[in-house]
Design a protein around this ligand. Structure first.
Ligand SMILES: Cc1cc2nc3c(=O)[nH]c(=O)nc-3n(C[C@H](O)[C@H](O)[C@H](O)COP(=O)(O)OP(=O)(O)OC[C@H]3O[C@@H](n4cnc5c(N)ncnc54)[C@H](O)[C@@H]3O)c2cc1C
Ligand code: FES
Length: 281
């Protein structure tokens, strides 16, 4: 069973105004924002917040961590109007947060493979911290376009340092680690090792490739997916994926659920008007 909220999401559906306490530049396009909010401290890896950027928009963002000093964080790539406005925010500026919403990754035991690309690394870095508490044996594939765009490498190294573990870094231009994409090592790894669970988060065509490889190797799989979101609590229908609402039934989906929407994942999304937008494979 994927992790579920213990109470109906409406209990988390009020916007709290919080002050940004710290901003960290992770790379030229990505920043992490730290803030203090009691409900966010309950967040589990895979859950997301609706974050209101005053005067601009409200957008869905995965929780990238909760910390023993009472802070929580989101990690944001600059891609458009709202995320650009968020990148201009400084400590002491206010933002609004609703949530945490959605389900979470089920924390497995045993031998685990994590595959992350781009900002998809953020919820997986948080997940790796929980898996480490279970003494899992972890192989973590981190994918990025270039060395400059790598995310959370030091944080992941620190998390895995006490475990039997391996980090494989793939960059598209070969400027760090191995040259290639995050899915390139899969053939070899799945031939050589028997994993108990594979987790993925990142661009959807990448997730689809990892899912198909997991299916072929008969290994259970969980992935966090993104769709356009407005309400975040299952009412508006803008995040439909087949019969599912990603905000309410996801954002984490199991192998069983992904088989039901295989024609859609990695192929197309819906835009703000509900029209199909085909994805680059
Ligand atoms: C559950 C979930 C978790 C996410 N977690 C993260 C995260 O941790 N870090 C991160 O950087 N991004 C994350 N995103 C994506 C983030 O929400 C979008 O990048 C953001 O909404 C773009 O807003 P914008 O105004 O800057 O860009 P826009 O100009 O609106 O659009 C730029 C791109 O973002 C997509 N997008 C725009 N609005 C949304 C929306 N409301 N929901 C989904 N996609 C949208 C558009 O299709 C377009 O491809 C997540 C999305 C979802 C659904
Ligand atoms: S965002 Fe409204 S139903 Fe999912």
């Amino acid at each position: 069973m994927l992790g579920r909220l213990s109470v109906y999401p409406i209990a988390y559906n009020w916007t709290r105004t919080v002050k940004i306490e710290k901003v960290v530049d992770e790379n030229p396009k990505v920043k992490t924002f730290y803030f203090r909010d009691r409900l966010c401290l309950e967040a589990k890896p895979g859950q997301f917040l609706m974050v209101w950027i005053p005067g601009v928009d409200e957008i869905p963002l995965s929780v990238s961590g909760v910390y023993s000093n009472g802070l929580a964080s989101v990690t944001v790539a600059r891609v458009g109007e709202a995320t650009e406005a968020m990148h201009r925010l400084k400590p002491n500026n206010p933002i609004g947060v609703r949530g945490p919403f959605g389900n979470s990754f089920e924390i497995s035991k045993g031998k685990i493979l994590l595959v992350g690309g781009g900002t998809g690394i953020a919820p997986l870095a948080f997940l790796a911290e929980k898996l480490a508490e279970n003494s899992c044996e972890i192989t973590f594939i981190i994918g990025a376009k270039s060395a400059q765009e790598l995310l959370f490498l030091e944080r992941i190294k620190k998390t895995l340092s006490q475990l039997k573990s391996k980090i494989i870094v793939m960059t598209e231009d070969g400027s760090f680690g191995q040259k290639g994409v995050a899915t390139d090592p899969l053939d070899y790894l799945l031939r050589e090792e028997k994993y108990d669970m594979i987790y993925a988060c990142g661009p959807e065509p990448m997730i689809k490739k990892v899912f198909l490889a997991a299916e072929e190797a008969n290994i259970p799989f969980q992935a966090s997916l993104e769709r356009i979101m407005r309400c975040g609590i299952g009412i508006c229908g803008s995040c439909m994926l087949g019969k599912y609402r990603v905000c309410r039934d996801g954002p984490v989906f199991s192998s069983h659920q992904l088989r039901e929407v295989i024609d859609e994942i990695g192929s197309y999304k819906r835009d703000f008007n509900g029209n199909k937008v085909f994805l680059e494979i």
